[in-house]
Design a protein around this ligand. Sequence first.
Ligand SMILES: Cc1cc2nc3c(=O)[nH]c(=O)nc-3n(C[C@H](O)[C@H](O)[C@H](O)COP(=O)(O)OP(=O)(O)OC[C@H]3O[C@@H](n4cnc5c(N)ncnc54)[C@H](O)[C@@H]3O)c2cc1C
Length: 399
Amino acid sequence: MPGIRAHQLPPDELRAGVRQWCAEHVPHDWHERQTSASHEEFVRFQNWWFGELRAAGYAVPHWPQSWGGGFDLARQAVIFEELARADAPRLSLHFVSLHHAAGTFLDAGTPEQRSRYLPGILDGAVWCQGFSEPEAGSDLASLRTRAERHGDVYVVNGQKIWASGAAYAQHCLLLVRTDPGAPKRRGISYLVMDMDSPGVLVRPIRQITGEEHFCEIFLTDVEIPVGNLIGAENDGWRVAQSTLASERGGTMIELAERLAVGLRRLLLEAAGPGGPPPTADTVVGDRLARLAREVQALRLLVRQVITRSSSELAQGAHASVVKLYYSELLQRLTAFGMELAGLDGQRAVRRPVGSGWESGAWLLDHIGSWEWTIPGGTSEIQRNIIAERALGLPREPAA
Ligand SMILES: Cc1cc2nc3c(=O)[nH]c(=O)nc-3n(C[C@H](O)[C@H](O)[C@H](O)COP(=O)(O)OP(=O)(O)OC[C@H]3O[C@@H](n4cnc5c(N)ncnc54)[C@H](O)[C@@H]3O)c2cc1C
C-alpha cells in the first residue's frame, strides 16, 4: 500500500512485515555470542541492535507519532509479540531511557526539555535512575541526598544505590531533597544529572553471579543547572510517580509477550522431542493450563491498563496490579520450568549478559525472576498501594 506508514498498516500486514524483518535481522546466534561477551561487547551489541530497530521503525512504538512512534495499542502488541516470538534481544541497556526517562519527559517535561532529551534517547543515549538510597528504598520519600540552590545551579551532595546500568549511563534521573523543613514528600525535586559532571563517582556492585547490574553513585558538590529541573521545585514526588507508573505499568506490554513465549517454551519442553503431549500427564497438564490462563489474563490486563492516562496511572493502583501480577507469575512459571526440567534444569550455565530471566536455563531464569519483585516497589509495597488506593483500606498510622 504505497504511502501508508507502518503505524497505519492493518495489524495483519504489520505482523507479516515485522515477522519478515525479524527473520532477516535477528542474529540467530546472539545468545551464544553474548554469553561470553565482555561488558564493552554487550554495550556495542545493544547499541547496534537499537540502531537496527530504530531504522525499521520498531524501537519506540509506544511514543507519540511526532517522536517516531504513534502505533496504537493493538499494533504495539503485534510488534512486541513478533519480536518476542523471534527471540529478538531485549533492549535491556536502553530500558530506563526508552521507558522511564522518555515516559517522564513526555508526561511532565516542558516542550523544550522534550526537544533537549528525546532526540538523544533515540540516538542511543543511556539513562539511569538515581532514586533509591541506603536508607530510602521502599520508603523512598525519606531520601536525604541534598540539593541547595546557588544562583543558576543546584549543588548536590549525597549517595544513591542500586542504580541499574549507571556504569554505562550518560544521564541520570535524580531525586533530591530541596526543602528539608517541608513534610517529606513535599521537599523533593526531580533533576536531570549528566553522569560526567565533576563530583560524580560511580561504583559498580558485584553480584554473586559475577554480573555488575547495579551501582552506587556518590555525589560530592555536583553542580546541576536549574534548567535541568523537571516539574516545579519541591514537586519532584509527583513527577517521580510518572516514572514509577511507567516502570510498573506501561513497560509491561513487552514483558507480558515475552512471558507468553516462555510459556510456549515450557509447553514444548514438557512434550519433549516426539514425546506425548504435555496434557497426557494430568498433573502437568493442569498446571500448564493454569499458567496459560494466567498469562492470557496478564496480557489482557496490560492492554486494559495502558489505555489509562499517565495521571490516572500515577494516582491509581492499576500499574501496581500489573507489576505485582507479572512479577509473581514470572516466578511461578520459571519455578515450574525448573521442576519439569528435573536434574537437567539444575545445571549451572552462564547466561547471556543482560538477558534478564530469558537465559534458556530454567534454574538461572528462576533466580533471575526474583529481581522483578523488588525494583519499582517491592510486592509488599504494591499490595499496600492496592489496599489503600484501590480497596480504600485505611493507612497504617505512622509509628
Ligand atoms: C533488579 C533491581 C533493579 C533496581 N534498579 C534500581 C534503579 O535503577 N534505580 C533505583 O533508584 N533503585 C533501583 N532498585 C532498588 C529498588 O527500588 C529497591 O531495592 C526497592 O525499592 C526496595 O528497597 P530496599 O532494597 O531498600 O528494601 P527495604 O525498603 O529495606 O525493604 C526490605 C523489606 O521490607 C519490606 N517492607 C519495607 N517497607 C514495607 C512496608 N511499609 N510494608 C510492608 N513491607 C515493607 C520490603 O517489601 C522488603 O521485603 C533496583 C532493585 C532491584 C532488585
